[in-house]
Design a protein around this ligand. Sequence first.
Ligand SMILES: [Zn+2]
Length: 124
Amino acid sequence: MIERIKVSMNMKKKIYDIGGNSYMEFSDIINQLYKFPQAKAKVANVARTIENLVWNDHEVTNAYYDCLTGEIELELNENEYKICPSCGKGYSTYSAISRLDNKTEICPDCGTVEALNEFYKNQK
Ligand SMILES: [Zn+2]
């Protein structure tokens, strides 16, 4: 899944890979991205980086800036980024259904823990 965002910047090089190491040059680009209403941080009060950005409820996996077109290209995880209500961690994989109420969506790790707890309870 690819999304393009038009921004206006004055940069020297043509194409920047803004994933991975966040150099000082990229901080201006990243700050522009975080101004959009589609942008959310995975963790609040953490430096604005590409790794910490969720765009339209999808995790950013790669980002490039093309100064010829003035566009940032975001590669997004296909799956929706969700916060597990049980452990509070973010995840982009498929949800598990909580055994406590049979409807709450939780992360796969918590799903495994609940299943194991039930298994050991039945062993007694
Ligand atoms: Zn969880």
